[in-house]
Design a protein around this ligand. Structure first.
Ligand SMILES: Cc1ncc(COP(=O)(O)O)c(C=O)c1O
Length: 412
């Protein structure tokens, strides 16, 4: 099995560094990958579960654009819907009928939704949700989970991040995940001043194991929030439509007031949605929030096609089956080489860690060895699978993983 080189990627990165601060920013930045020499930085094309970089190397993609890709790249029905709408009208001076149709579709499939609102990015709708919670309650504080990610607005960032002032998160209280007693404590301590509680369906921090909800956690949270009139916000930006067709709360049995969707909603086309209950309809209409491209119709058409296709193939079931097979195989292969691969979170978007080395250097090196052989694995973030990943991809991935473990042992 030959290993890849990346001369064109490196050249582009050098050019990027001249004209873009940091070269490549945010979650696509090379820095968290650790062994950066093993990774490509620029893609030339993508189809199904695979992408090709600018050097012509092909990868089975286990990051799926960090979540937006769920049906495979260049999906025919989704891309046709996008292109057809583009030919008719996209960003225009008045709204598109696609907006109403997409809202109707979401209200029909998401039990917790009586209405829907559209934006572009996950952070657009998490920020809007928090503003609605404040407007609805007349209170200031937002409770969030320590290590939980909701985007890059100042209040969402961890204290101490560059450019973030203490005041920016003054009204954001962070508590540990799965710790119901901690929530009870802050609710008592700030009685009458907590507007909302925001959390992801389960805890999936970067550089750390994922943790599923403890038995009864969500039901206890829901009861407490209701009792104190606190708006219950589910950030389903990352998990949305992967765990359940109607929102991840259905998977874990609870009822939020607001749900934020984004990544997988249109299989890569730019759109985010906030959905909510009737009780918040009037206040939502009164909270001003908009953006230059938020009425763009082609991504709405793509979202409609994506939701229909997700149903057609029963995506959550397919993703779970592939994820389980992938994980069982990888754990078995690791064991056959004397390593322990810990897999946490839901099978279709699990977090992986070789536990034989607490520094995680070994894990970084294994992900690098896999990537330079054609299975694109980021070491610090949960991976994703799509409905386009096939049994042939699975076998190829296992073969690559096997050889990567062998390479680790040879290098040791
Ligand atoms: C759970 C969660 N919430 C919010 C966001 C922010 O989304 P965006 O980057 O589209 O603003 C992300 C992005 O990764 C996310 O995973």
């Amino acid at each position: 099995m030959h290993t890849f080189d990346y001369p064109q990627s490196r050249m582009l990165f050098d050019r990027a560094c001249e004209v873009i601060p940091g070269g490549i920013y945010g979650h696509f930045s090379p820095a968290p990958l650790g062994q950066t020499a093993a990774f490509p930085f620029f893609a030339a094309r993508a189809e199904g579960a695979r992408f090709q970089d600018v050097d012509g190397n092909e990868f089975i993609d286990y990051m799926c654009a960090y979540g937006p890709m769920i049906l495979g790249y260049a999906h025919r029905a989704v891309d046709d819907a996008f292109r057809n709408q583009l030919a008719l009208a996209d960003t225009v001076s008045i709204a598109s009928p696609r907006m109403v149709e997409l809202a109707e579709l979401l209200v029909e499939r998401v039990a917790a939704a009586d209405w829907a609102f559209f934006a572009k990015n996950g952070a657009d709708v998490t920020a809007y949700a928090v503003t609605i919670a404040r407007a609805a309650t007349g209170r200031r504080k937002i409770v969030a989970i320590r290590g939980g990610y909701h985007g890059t607005h100042p209040w969402m960032q961890a204290p101490g991040h560059h450019g973030i002032a203490e005041d920016d998160h003054r009204h954001c209280i962070r508590i540990p995940w799965n710790d119901f007693a901690a929530l009870e404590h802050v609710v008592a301590e700030h009685e009458g001043d907590i507007a909302g509680f925001i959390a992801t369906p389960y805890h999936h921090p970067t550089f750390g194991d994922s943790v599923l909800p403890a038995e009864g956690y969500w039901q206890n949270v829901e009861a407490l929030l209701r009792k104190h009139g606190i708006v219950f916000i589910l950030d389903d930006v990352r998990c949305g439509f992967r765990l359940h067709r109607g929102g991840s709360n259905e998977r874990y049995g609870f009822h939020p007031d607001l749900i934020c969707f984004c990544k997988a909603l249109a299989n890569g086309y730019p759109i985010a949605a906030l959905v909510g209950t009737d009780a918040l309809r009037t206040v939502t209409a009164s909270v001003f929030h908009t953006g230059s491209y938020w009425f763009s119709a082609a991504p709405m058409a793509a979202a409609i096609a994506t939701l229909q296709e997700l149903d057609h193939v029963d995506a959550p079931r397919l993703l779970e089956i592939y994820g389980r097979k992938l994980n069982d195989g990888l754990i078995r292969i690791a064991k056959s080489h004397g390593f322990t691969l810990r897999v946490t979170g839901e099978p279709c978007m699990a977090y992986y860690r070789i536990t034989d080395d607490e520094s995680q250097m070994l894990h970084q090196r294994w992900c690098a060895e896999c990537t330079r052989r054609g299975a694109y694995f980021a070491p610090h973030h949960n991976w994703f699978v799509s409905t386009a990943h096939s049994d042939a991809d699975l076998q190829r991935t296992w073969d690559i993983a096997d050889e990567a473990f062998r390479a680790l042992k040879t290098a040791a």
